[in-house]
Write a protein that binds this ligand. Structure first.
Ligand code: AMP
Length: 249
């Protein structure tokens, strides 16, 4: 069985985000970009399923500009069999991504689609859910554990106060949470081999999709600056401040 994994290229999680001075978005020029961390986990899970003999082919897909090729090369180095760039330079919103992924899934016919639970740039947490709805497939979000046996997937999710275990018939959409696994690093020989492999390319129009945004960003602004803390000289002073000055904000 085939598995499709959706990978988004985002600002690296170690980078301090800077808002553009005109408030139209965040600065991405000359900023380190990487694979969305939850997508690394989704990819690792797909590769492990292949290593376990449950999956026959891992197909990684990214929507975005030519620059996204670096993420796809990483996916090849980690163990994806095929990688596909759906190339567009329009601002991508979750519904557009889900609509393109739906058409891609219908073309490739996987039994499992893995996504990250959310992209760390816009924190939308919508694409997997929208894709499941558009395809009419079952979905299990925020997976902590995934088991595939025969025609069923069993997914454990961390919820408030415990774990929830769900069973779904394939095909299914699963979104990866932080504790699903620890992604491997790409080894240098595999990075070198990945450089020679092919990146397949499609346009949204090839899939019959118009990815134009439906929402307009009016303003992006920094969070309010917090007042600096103070150092007190004694426990007595601390208690006095807690009693007379501290308040809940
Ligand atoms: P979001 O709904 O934007 O938080 O994204 C959730 C997940 O959808 C991500 O973790 C990715 O797996 C997938 N995704 C979102 N945007 C893209 C994209 N441009 N290309 C490929 N996958 C994406």
């Amino acid at each position: 069985m085939k598995v499709v994994v959706a990978l988004k290229r985002v600002i690296d999680y170690n980078v301090k985000i800077r808002v553009k001075t005109d408030g139209t978005g965040v600065e991405t020029a000359n900023v380190k970009m990487s694979m969305n961390p939850f997508d690394e986990i989704a990819l690792e899970e797909a590769v492990r399923l292949k290593e376990a003999g449950i999956v026959s082919e891992v197909i990684a897909v990214t929507l975005g500009t030519q620059a996204c090729q670096d993420v796809l090369r990483t996916a090849l180095a980690v163990g994806a069999d095929r990688v596909v760039l759906i190339e567009t330079d329009v601002e991508l919103q979750p519904l557009a991504v889900a609509t393109c992924l739906k058409a891609f899934v219908q073309k490739e016919q996987p039994r499992l689609v893995l996504l990250g639970k959310q992209a760390i740039d816009d924190d939308a947490n919508q694409t997997g859910q929208m894709l499941a709805a558009l395809l009419g497939w079952a979905q299990a979000t925020n997976a902590f554990k995934l088991e595939i046996a025969g025609d069923h997937a069993t997914v454990t999710r961390e919820i408030d106060g415990g774990l929830e275990t769900l069973e779904a018939s394939l095909p299914v959409i699963v979104t990866a949470d932080l504790r699903l696994n620890t992604p491997r690093y790409a080894t240098l020989p595999n990075i070198m081999k990945a450089k020679k492999k092919t990146i397949e390319s499609l346009l949204p129009a090839d899939l019959g999709v118009d990815p134009s945004p439906r929402l307009k960003t009016l303003l992006v602004s920094d969070p309010p600056v917090r007042k600096p803390g103070i150092v007190v000289n004694s426990v007595t002073e601390l208690v006095e401040k807690l009693r007379n000055e501290a308040r809940v904000i």
